[in-house]
Design a protein around this ligand. Structure first.
Ligand SMILES: [Zn+2]
Length: 49
């Protein structure tokens, strides 16, 4: 799951044609937040990662 989100983040960062900086920042923040939520959930359930 974390790898999936990281893959999506890398994909956005490497887009040949980037959106404007504000849109890019928003997308990256959304992904970062999503990864944080998943990470907290892993801890909450005691899942090793
Ligand atoms: Zn952790």
């Amino acid at each position: 799951m974390l790898t999936l989100i990281e893959g999506a983040e890398t994909w956005v960062r490497n887009l040949a044609k980037r959106p404007d900086p504000e849109s890019l920042a928003r997308v990256l923040k959304t992904m970062h937040d999503a990864r944080e939520r998943v990470h907290q959930r892993l801890h909450a359930h005691g899942i090793k990662h």
